[in-house]
Design a binder for this molecule. Structure first.
Ligand SMILES: Nc1nc2c(ncn2[C@@H]2O[C@H](COP(=O)(O)OP(=O)(O)OP(=O)(O)O)[C@@H](O)[C@H]2O)c(=O)[nH]1
Ligand SMILES: [Mg+2]
Length: 614
């Protein structure tokens, strides 16, 4: 043999490659960088039981050899011997996490298909045993066609056997069956292999496996997922009512008290019509926000959300998106800003751009107050049978409309502006567990606090500015204050543009400050109608919903809802998009296409509703 043979450790992230590497090579390590990338190259010396010294390399974790991240790229290039001055490894050691066998076998098959001399280290058998899993390495060995050695890297178990297996690894000719497999077939094969190799499972493990069979079933799983989310939206209305009513009563009481305590004038108007009516109109939605997030947090903590992601994966790849987009899109349901920032984990630039561009269509929590106030005012709270209420159904439909819109746009973008191939996605499914009350409480408190801070910050500020613009110049006697005001005049200009889609002047007026944040639409309407009502109608604080009912028709209300499904009314989202895409080109594109969609959707809704005689 002319030169020292090279052995490389490969496997999914967290399989225990580095732990095995450290255990095998001890202190004899060299750490450097791969040329041109900032990925660490760790190599060390190992003397095999035959006395032969070999150079061992620890590679970054990978899910696939079709590199999608810089780490994976290094792994794929090292295995293929594509780094200059670095020969390809002679023997590969595939490291598997035994407690996550099925998942890890997917990548293992891809490595085995290369036909190189390979050994499998079935690592973390201690964890598998703890979970009540007994795995037969002989079965795996039979299935994979290479030596399989059980190891516990952190306790140095199985190291000698592994070294022996490395010494005797031979070149193989993988059957054509293995090389021709695609990602989906590998998953199916991994499932069958894991099934065969796992001899016994604890009760809990069996229960979890059974749960997964149902919850991840392509049809049942999907139906269950829809049902779960459906119940969530029903609850948002059904459970929140008593709390929202109490908050409403509190706001009315405050309104009346301030009004009784102060003489008529600008200060009283600012406090009652501006601050209390405007900001109060948004704050009453706190219970709904809390209920929505209670569901989301519980679903995440229980491990169900990852299953939902898994189910969505097929749909995502159908529209040309990678499953890696799922998490950013999911967090966009809270707010598009963290969602867009989370796209940094998507390594394909076109995948990432597509995800950024559609993230604002996921229904963020700022839309909830807008949806809830309109639905509360215009959609009767009737049961449509089977305990399902119409209000929750409409809310569910609005969320679905956003998702469907996003998927359609993704499909269009991926075949035009961001053309490219979709990459596969594999994610670890966390174990099922009961959510911990303390974590839930903390998470809910954080969400509630974010909501209240927005109400006290941007919504308060914009509402006060709007109130000023609504009150100056003062109307002459007999003239409507809103007509006379600066805000009224500005709104008249926009009203011309939105008239064809059924919007009146007041709706146009609400859209302008709502550019700052969507909830402001609610506080603007509340303030505008409070100012408009003047002192006569205002014997007592009248609910915004009642005021809307008196001034809008049902088709107008529906058009307004449709508008908010798409309209990019959030300054911060635009700013984040600019930052994440390094320029104005993409935020401008996003604004243009989303406003275009909003206009079309609102117009279509309005005219269909009108012609249906609603
Ligand atoms: N209980 C147990 N823990 C292990 C075993 N092997 C590794 N670990 C632990 O698992 C974790 C992940 O191990 P690493 O060696 O860092 O995994 P890796 O494959 O190098 O991960 P990446 O470098 O991210 O791809 C560490 O906390 C290890 O201590 C094992 O056999 N049993
Ligand atoms: Mg490592």
């Amino acid at each position: 043999m002319s030169r020292q043979r090279k052995v490389a450790l490969v496997g999914n992230p967290n399989a225990g490659k580095s732990a095995l590497f450290n255990a095998l090579t001890g202190a004899r390590q060299k750490i450097a960088n791969y040329p041109g990338v900032t990925v660490e190259r760790k190599s060390g010396r190992l003397v095999l039981p035959t006395g032969e010294p070999v150079e061992m390399t620890d590679l970054p974790g990978a899910y696939s050899l079709d590199a999608t991240s810089p780490d994976e790229e290094v792994t794929a290039k090292v295995i293929a011997g594509q780094f200059t001055g670095e020969a390809a490894p002679d023997v590969l050691v595939v490291v598997l996490d035994a407690s996550n066998l099925e998942q890890h076998l997917v990548f293992a098959q891809e490595v085995l298909a290369l036909g190189k001399p390979t050994v499998v280290a079935l690592n973390m058998v201690d964890l598998a045993e703890r979970d009540g899993l007994v795995i037969d390495p002989a079965v795996l060995q039979e299935e994979l066609g290479v030596r399989v050695v059980s190891t516990v890297a952190v306790r140095r178990r199985g190291l000698v056997e592994l070294a022996e297996a490395i010494a005797s690894a031979e070149t193989r000719h993988p059957g054509p069956g293995l090389t021709a497999l695609g990602a989906t077939e590998r998953r199916v094969a991994a499932h069958a292999m894991a099934d065969a190799a796992i001899l016994s499972e604890s009760k809990r493990h069996r229960l979890h496996a059974r749960l997964d069979k149902v919850l991840l079933h392509p049809w049942f799983g999907f139906l269950i997922m829809m049902a779960v989310f459906f119940v969530m939206f029903q609850a948002v209305f059904a459970w929140a009512t008593p709390f929202a009513d109490a908050l409403d009563a509190g706001a009315s009481w405050l309104h009346d008290s301030v009004k009784a305590a102060l003489p008529p004038g600008l200060l009283r108007g600012l406090l009652t019509d501006g601050v209390i009516s405007g900001v109060g109109a948004v704050i009453v939605f706190l219970p709904q926000i809390v209920i929505l997030f209670a569901f989301i947090l519980a679903l995440e903590a229980s491990g169900y959300m990852a299953r939902a992601a898994f189910l969505m994966d097929r749909m995502m790849s159908f529209v040309g998106l990678s499953g890696r987009s799922f998490i950013p899109l999911l967090s966009s349901f809270a707010c598009a800003i963290p969602g867009i920032m989370a796209t940094r984990s998507i390594t394909d630039p076109k995948d990432r751009l597509t995800t950024i561009l559609i993230a604002p269509m996921m229904t963020c929590s700022a839309r909830l107050p807008v949806y809830a106030v309109i639905i509360g005012a215009f959609i009767p709270n009737t049961a449509v049978g089977g305990g399902v209420h119409l209000q929750g159904l409409v809310l569910f439909a609005l969320y679905v409309a956003g998702i469907v819109g996003a998927m359609v746009v993704a499909l269009v973008l991926r075949s035009t502006v961001t053309k490219g191939a979709a990459s596969g996605f594999i994610m670890e499914l966390p174990k099922y567990q009961l959510p911990r009350l303390k974590d839930m409480a903390l998470g809910l408190w954080q969400r509630a606090w974010i909501f209240l801070r927005r109400a006290g910050g941007i919504i308060f500020t914009v509402t006060v500015v709007l109130w000023v613009l609504l009150n100056f110049p003062q109307a002459k006697p007999g003239e409507s204050q809103v007509d006379a005001s600066i805000a009224g005049h500005i709104a008249n200009g926009l009203a011309v543009v939105v008239e064809p889609i059924g919007f009146n002047r007041d709706m146009a007026l609400a859209l302008i400050p709502a550019m700052a944040a969507r909830e402001v639409a609610v506080s603007s309407l509340a303030t505008t109608y409070a100012v408009d009502a003047g002192d006569d109608e205002d014997k007592q604080a009248v609910e915004l919903g009642d005021r809307l009912k008196g001034r809008w028709t049902l088709p107008m209300a529906l058009a307004f809802l449709a508008w908010f499904v798409f309209a990019p009314q959030c300054m911060s989202t635009i700013a984040v998009t600019r930052r994440e895409t390094n320029g104005w080109k993409w935020p401008a594109f996003m604004l243009a296409y989303l406003f275009g969609l909003a206009y079309i959707a609102a117009g279509a809704t309005y005219w269909i509703a009108v012609s249906a005689g609603l």
